[in-house]
Design a binder for this molecule. Structure first.
Ligand SMILES: [Zn+2]
Length: 151
């Protein structure tokens, strides 16, 4: 939504919150849509590439809805698919946190720690929510597919 006030263009989001810009907070190269922020943005692409390499995938879905349900659409056994889904959802959350830190923190966040955050948070989440999951942190960070195949 747009509004003119004293010759100044004021932008509002769908919730009525005043915005400085509609451009992506992370790259400033495109409008900040959900598709852009979580899939097309350069930081998101780098993070999803890391997840692919970490989980032995060649590629990831390039549209948001398919990416959200990615864990259910591959050939993993059901338990491994559940753990992979935690990784996928943690990746969305980590991208969102990175974006918010760029918006609100005084000190800019580090891009190079997003992957480590995803590995740490997904390991914490799974190890605290699943009785059957027993993996040391290092094994999880190196080869989660191997860890899951032994469960
Ligand atoms: Zn961007």
């Amino acid at each position: 939504m747009r509004n003119q006030s004293k010759g100044r263009l004021i932008l509002f989001d769908s919730q009525g919150i005043e915005l400085d810009s509609l451009r992506c907070t992370v790259c400033d190269d495109a409008l900040e849509t959900s598709q852009h922020l979580w899939v097309d943005c350069v930081v998101a692409r780098n993070v999803w590439d890391m997840v692919c390499k970490w989980w032995r995938h060649d590629d990831y879905p390039k549209d948001l809805q398919s990416l959200i349900s990615w864990a259910g659409s591959n050939s993993f056994p059901s338990k491994m698919a559940r753990y992979f889904d935690v990784v996928v959802q943690t990746t969305f959350s980590s991208i969102w946190h990175y974006r918010n830190k760029l918006c609100f923190d005084i000190k800019p966040p580090r891009k190079d720690t997003i992957g480590d955050d995803i590995k740490l948070l997904s390991h914490l989440w799974i190890s605290h929510r699943s009785r059957n999951f027993q993996s040391c942190w290092l094994d999880w960070t190196i080869d989660p597919v191997n860890v899951c195949s032994k469960l």
